[in-house]
Unconditional design. Structure first.
Length: 351
């Protein structure tokens, strides 16, 4: 690998130098690459595309950097294997940046997505790259916490642990103790080794599984994504693994929005706890800006997540305000009163 990495990196640098700075400053960002917002927490936009007659929903998603679960959540009523020519498909390519420092690699397990904040030279625009990933099943959960990339490998050999060999044997499959590089190797052609023993960020020989919980705990990327990323991520890069099924973020205009993702196998008690946690987080975010939160919408988002950001601005009165003398004695918060007034029909405000 040491022979190929410098050569490819050298070619990449020469190619970038050949691009005029004016063009790079314009809308010439590769798919999934965005300038970091100067204000707010958002990157990208939701798109709607038309399916071709041979498209599957998976094809459309992966073509736009969206994994299986995310494209299904955004299009729950669309057939997976044959959406049909001319069918409108929502592509959820608008993201609230994950909480915490915007540096290194951040992997949000709940979102099934990786964010990379590359270091930039002085004068360069700070940027972020985002990619779909596959993660571990519920019985092979991907760990959380902070780790680092300790090594990068081309054409990795897979040494399956005894637990995986046993699992395959129970299904009647004789898994060898050593799987050499090639089409049968689930690690694909590239791997980045993490300091957590036994865990990798790697490619895959089954791209359709990206965006799903199907691995044995490792983090899978599309072959073209890991091949591009591995040459640019330095050894020693911090990798922060988080599990945030609800992200909150501010638009440049000052609107609080939420982006929610499903949590598998959630009990009613766990769902109630998640709703309460979401309310607390929204209240904390909104208090400093005197922002009125629509808690009913937030509750609905947690209960029925689709991965698409939605505003949490209260658009109508949260309760019926009685008329008459009672109303005259109620002391309403100024921000609440202003919002209620703005939401009334025009003829009502002119009376």
């Amino acid at each position: 690998m040491q022979a190929r990495l410098p050569r490819v990196f050298h070619c990449l640098v020469l190619g970038l130098l050949a691009i005029p700075r004016v063009l790079m400053a314009q809308e010439s960002w590769p798919m999934g690459h965005y300038p970091l917002p100067k204000e707010g927490d958002f990157i990208g936009e939701v798109k709607t595309v038309e399916a071709d007659h041979e498209d599957t929903l998976i094809d459309i998603g992966l073509r736009h950097g969206i994994g299986y679960n995310a494209i299904r959540q955004a299009n729950p009523d669309t057939r997976v294997w044959l959406p049909g020519e001319g069918t409108d498909v929502v592509v959820p390519t608008r993201f609230i940046l994950p909480p915490g420092p915007r540096e290194g690699i951040v992997i949000n397990i709940a979102e099934l997505r990786l964010y990379y904040y590359p270091s930039v030279e002085e004068g360069e625009a700070p940027r972020v790259e985002t990619y779909p990933i596959g993660i571990g099943r519920m019985d092979w959960q991907t760990p959380l916490g902070e780790t680092q990339i300790t090594a990068k490998v081309e054409d990795p050999t897979w040494y399956p642990p005894q637990s995986i060999i046993k699992e395959y044997a129970e299904r009647g499959v004789d898994l060898p103790r050593i799987v050499p590089p090639g089409p049968d190797n689930p690690l694909g052609d590239f791997a980045m080794i993490l300091s957590i023993p036994g865990y990798l960020i790697h490619g895959t020989n089954r791209p359709q599984g990206v965006g799903m919980r199907v691995s044995h705990g490792c983090i899978r990327m599309l072959p073209e994504d890991i091949e591009d990323l591995i040459y640019r991520v330095p050894v020693g890069t911090t990798v922060r693994l988080i599990n945030e099924p609800l992200k909150l973020g501010w638009t440049p205009q000052g609107t609080l929005q939420a982006q929610a993702y499903p949590v598998p196998d959630t009990s009613p008690e766990e769902l109630s706890a998640r709703i309460e946690k979401a309310f607390d987080a929204a209240t904390l975010a909104a208090n400093d800006r005197k922002f009125l939160v629509d808690y009913a919408r937030l509750k609905q988002m947690v209960e029925n997540p689709n991965g698409i950001p939605q505003p949490l601005l209260l658009a109508e009165a949260p309760f019926e305000i009685p008329a008459g003398s009672f109303y005259n004695h109620v002391e309403l918060d100024h921000a609440l009163y202003s919002q209620l007034e703005a939401s009334l029909p025009e003829e009502a405000t002119n009376e």
